[in-house]
Design a protein around this ligand. Sequence first.
Ligand SMILES: [Zn+2]
Length: 168
Amino acid sequence: MTTALTHSQENAIDVTALTGAERTVALYASDMPNGRRRYTADQARAWIVQGAQRVGPGELQRRAEYFRGWRLLDMHGLTTVQVQARHEQRFPNARRLVLAHKEASGNVSRDGMTDTARKRNAGAVVDGECPCRGTGGIAAWGPGIELMCPVHRRAQIDAHHRASRAGA
Ligand SMILES: [Zn+2]
């Protein structure tokens, strides 16, 4: 696959400092087999560390944000051909991605998440042109009927919450 990185910093990856989506991306890139079975908490943790080392911190965060952006659109049936194609290029094995997501969720509930990671956890980026074209609203079903964009409307809401918390 990829060559192993051996920087001392990357040998000290703490899984709790990674968001849920970053752990999903790491598991996808790890040696975790595709077969559906139960793994120990230690094994899952070791694969997250392995995958995170392989992908590297910047790329891990980038892929995780794209994964979240795709997922939010997909959950609402709003993925475009372009966004879907780029997603499938990044994660060609859909079944493995589901498996990685399940293992990552399990690890998040067992090991928890640092505050810094939690602040990053909702981060989502659309790889391509978002159906809302950055406006936060998606024209749907007929004139004057607009859907809220699950990616960009959410970002606006989160920013608003952050601003009001900071002001409190
Ligand atoms: Zn959007």
